[in-house]
Design a protein around this ligand. Structure first.
Ligand SMILES: [Zn+2]
Length: 64
């Protein structure tokens, strides 16, 4: 069996293009030390963004 867990789809706004992008987040909570951020590949700009797992918002590490 493949390692398929309960992924949950989210919609976030790409901070680069401003487009709304659908992504998948793991259903399980991340490790506690991960600061609630999850890296996700962006279909809009091809980059990687960090999503705040609590708010579902894209986070730009350079601005925070
Ligand atoms: Zn993007």
């Amino acid at each position: 069996m493949a390692d398929i867990r309960a992924w949950r789809p989210i919609i976030f706004s790409c901070p680069t293009t401003g487009d709304r992008v659908q992504g998948l987040l793991p259903g399980d909570p991340p490790e506690p030390s991960a600061d609630d951020l999850h890296s996700i590949s962006c279909a809009a700009c091809g980059g990687v963004h960090f999503i705040n797992l609590r708010t579902g918002a894209a986070v730009d590490p350079k601005r925070s």
